[in-house]
Design a protein around this ligand. Structure first.
Ligand code: AMP
Length: 425
């Protein structure tokens, strides 16, 4: 098969690494890709927002399957347009991707189908939103309805903070994403990410992960796209996974099918495991980043037929096998991230770092120039490892990092601490 992967981050490098290893893959292309992906795939420069350009490339290169990495093209309807042109594409349609693209849509779907989630209301103006805040008090959570690249959620500890978030969102700082706001109950518990592969009707689990969203050690500092992750999530055992499937994922698939928008692709459920059981915080309509990096290290089976089966509606009798060993990834980011950062600094020692046992280095924001690897984004590398324990995976990842020479970068030193504390206990 000829496969085209859309995207350029660490998630896409991990997907490319796994798909390149498939005996089904004849040629693997990626657009736009990065320096690491270029070791696995032929990187081509296409404008992903220009669906006609992507379709033309697929026809010329006889692409048998397109795999969409990030959420923006999904919400822009790239799956609809490629499929309409007769090109098989992995991922949800625009209507199905509303599970990520509109928080209000998902909350209403939960309410209508008895799916456990935080109590909430939707607002399209600041005054009634603030009146509601005053009736509920703090802590409380304010969310922009649309895609806001991780900036659309404010967990407010005080009423003043919550009101400021409402003003910020309706004030237009998030553009169209903030035209509507969801205000919801603050949930307490421990978070986990649950991944399901769906074919419109059936879902199979892609196992679980936990991530670290804050920039600095001790889960301090600003929110980021994710500074590290590990799989499996220690707080989701088999019984809890069954509950998540039965109470959250399957009712969602049934509801989406019933409204004529069957969900195909990866359904990524952000969960809070509360004293009352699992509750949905949010859905994403694609693989997580950096969670995919650890999922792919643990996936024993071939990924390509699984993606095909999702697209073809054939997951019913499908089975994926996983290595039981945990995997962990540490994100190396450019100093200043998630704020302003510089591009173009040179990274050395990657070959030596990759020799550490169990280690795989995925590139996020990099480019190759003049025989060198240069930083070309906020999150730049995902130094990943498997181990017999999370502690061993962590030690291997940090051994590899010690061999990387990149003074312009930083990383957290405590990825996996929660899981390692559990292992110690
Ligand atoms: P989201 O972008 O929806 O994943 O939200 C980002 C983060 O905000 C989540 O990972 C949680 O840590 C936190 N969060 C979101 N909603 C809630 C909630 N209802 N209660 C507590 N924390 C929340």
């Amino acid at each position: 098969m000829n496969i085209l992967l859309l995207g350029s981050g660490g998630r896409e490098h991990a997907l490319a690494w796994k798909m390149a290893a498939s005996p089904l893959t004849e040629r693997l292309f990626c657009t736009p890709g990065n320096a690491g992906i270029a070791q696995e795939a032929e990187c081509v420069a296409l404008d992903i927002a220009d669906h006609a350009e992507v379709i033309a490339f697929c026809r010329n290169s006889k692409i048998d399957l397109v795999v969409v990495g990030p959420e923006a093209p999904l919400c822009a309807g790239i799956v609809d347009d490629l499929e309409a042109a007769g090109i098989k594409t992995f991922g949800p349609t625009k209507a199905a991707a509303r599970l990520e693209g509109s928080k209000g849509f998902t909350k209403d779907l939960c309410r209508a189908n008895g799916i456990p989630t935080a109590a909430y209301e939707r607002f399209n103006a600041a005054a009634p939103a603030k009146a509601y805040l005053r009736t509920r008090g703090a802590p409380i959570v304010v969310k922009a309805d649309g895609l806001a690249a991780g900036k659309g959620v404010v967990v407010a500890q005080t009423l003043a903070e919550a009101e400021a978030a409402v003003d910020m969102m309706f004030g237009g700082s998030l553009g169209a994403a903030g035209g509507e706001v969801v205000i919801e109950e603050f949930l307490t518990g421990e978070e986990a990410s649950f991944f399901a592969l769906c074919d419109g009707e059936t879902a199979i689990t892609l196992t679980t992960a936990q991530d670290h969203k804050r920039a600095f050690d001790g889960d301090e500092g600003p929110n980021t796209g994710g500074m590290g992750a590990y799989s499996p999530a220690p707080n989701i055992n088999a019984a809890m996974a069954d509950r998540v499937m039965a109470e959250i994922v399957m009712p969602t698939l049934r509801a989406m099918k019933a409204m004529g928008a069957p969900y195909k692709g990866v359904l990524y459920a952000g969960l809070m495991i509360t004293a009352d059981g699992p509750k949905l915080i949010e859905y994403n309509a694609r693989f997580g980043d950096p969670e995919t990096q650890v999922l792919m290290l643990r996936l024993m089976s071939d990924l390509v037929p699984a993606l095909q089966a999702s697209r073809d509606g054939q997951l019913k009798a499908f089975d994926l096998r996983w290595y039981p060993e945990p995997a962990l990834t540490v994100v190396m980011a450019a100093k200043g991230y998630p704020g302003n950062y510089a591009r173009g600094s040179a990274i050395e020692g990657l070959d030596d770092a990759a020799k550490v046992e169990g280690v795989e280095i995925f590139h996020a924001g990099t480019k190759a120039e003049g025989g060198k690897i240069l930083a070309d984004g906020g999150r730049v590398l995902n130094v990943s490892a498997v181990g017999k324990t999370v502690r061993q995976a962590q030690a291997r990842a940090y051994d590899a990092i010690a061999r990387i020479r990149w003074p312009e970068g930083f990383y957290r030193h405590d990825i996996g601490w929660r899981a390692i504390e559990r292992e110690r206990a």
